[in-house]
Structure formats: C-alpha cells, structure tokens
Write a protein that binds this ligand. Structure first.
Ligand SMILES: [Fe+2]
Length: 219
C-alpha cells in the first residue's frame, strides 16, 4: 500500500466516523442549551419586564446570578436592618409560584433614593427569583419617609413571571409608622393580596424581621 492509498483510506475512515459522531455532538450541544433552565427562565421574564425610565429599572435589569434571596450587603451606619421574607402564591392564594421574579427598591434612612453616582432607585434595591416553594427573602434597612413630608415609609415591589407582565403590587408599609393613613389601610392588599402592612419583630439574632406574602393576580 502506497502513502496515497493509505491517506485516502484513512481519510474515508475518519470522515465516516465523523459522520456518525458529529450529529451526536450537535444534538448534545443543542440539548444542553435547551436544558439551561435558569437562562431560559430569565430570558422569558425579561420579555415581560415593563421597563420604566431611561435606564429601565425593574425586572429588565435582573442579574444572571439571581437567587431566591438577596446577598447581605448592609453596613452598620446604613440604618435599622430588617429582613423581609415571604411566599409568592398563584392566583388561588394557596399554590406556591416558583420562578417568580421580585424586584424591590426603597429610600435610605433619610428618605432619599438615588444619590449621585447611584442608580435612580438608589442603593437599596434587589432581585429575587422564588424557589420551588415560592419563597423569597431580602435583607435591607427600614426606609424613612421622604424628607419634610408625611409620606408613609414604603418599599416598592414588582412581580414578574415567565407568563405574565411585570406588575407593580402594593408597596410594603410598616405597622407603627405615624404617617400610615386610613386610606392606605383600606386599600392594602388590593394588588398583591395578603397584607402589605408588616409588623417588624426581632428574630433569634435580634434582627427586625417581617413576613409579606404575595398573591399573583394572573399566572
Ligand atoms: Fe417611593
């Protein structure tokens, strides 16, 4: 057998093996892309984001590494620390709603949002993607009322799903806030269900903690 014959046979052998293996490799690659649930869920959620303002605050800015609770990032002089926990339920109010994105933001301990160099919504904001039990949790500080105002203390929240648009639900309000109005009490829970007026109580570590469950209006 001369070199030319060897090379021709070798080429044909390798080509036939490639013909067998290549579709399998391509199939594996497309399967792995299709089975990447986190990126698929986030891309579907982003399509349902209601971008507001020039910088599109809210669900549109969800980070790729979002989890069901925000990382702790509170400094001692930021204000009174608080932890908010809760479960997101489907419209029946009983079935947990996993993979629901929650965005929150609120003012700082002086009642101010974005300071110079900060995002428009300020430093105290975050995203959570509910886990298989529908749970979320974030650690932040209790916000103050706007400066020189009688606006009640509040935490803005939106919820977004893979199959429903971003929805601005009732803000979290605080029991004991002197600016909480009768009107706010009367309308509490109309968007987001349950009671958004929370009562902060110290947990085992002495950190003020409250629960705010959420009921989706649409699936
Ligand atoms: Fe506000």
């Amino acid at each position: 057998m001369n070199n030319l014959e060897f090379n021709r046979r070798d080429f044909l052998k390798q080509a036939s093996m490639a013909a067998l293996v290549l579709p399998t490799l391509l199939s594996c690659e497309s399967d792995s892309l299709a089975r990447d649930p986190a990126s698929d869920i986030l891309s579907r959620i982003k399509r349902n984001a209601q971008a507001r303002g020039a910088k599109g605050m809210g669900a549109i800015e969800v980070p790729a590494n979002v989890t069901w609770r925000t990382p702790f990032d509170i400094k001692p002089d930021d204000g009174e620390q608080m932890i908010i926990t809760g479960t997101v339920y489907k419209p029946d109010g009983k079935t947990p709603a996993p993979n629901t994105l929650i965005y929150f933001y609120h003012a700082d301990k002086f009642g101010i949002y974005g300071r110079e160099g900060q995002p428009k919504h300020g430093r105290f904001r975050g995203w959570m993607l509910t886990d298989e039990k529908g749970r979320y949790e974030f650690s932040s500080i209790r916000p103050a009322s706007y400066p020189n105002s009688t606006q009640s203390q509040h935490v803005h929240m939106t919820v977004t799903g893979v199959d429903h648009k971003e929805d601005w639900i009732d803000s979290i309000l605080f029991e004991g806030d002197k600016f909480l109005t009768v009107r706010e009490r009367a309308s509490a829970g109309k968007r987001g269900g349950f009671n958004p007026i929370v009562t902060l109580r110290p947990n085992a570590d002495g950190i003020m903690t409250a629960r705010r469950d959420i009921q989706l209006l649409t699936i």
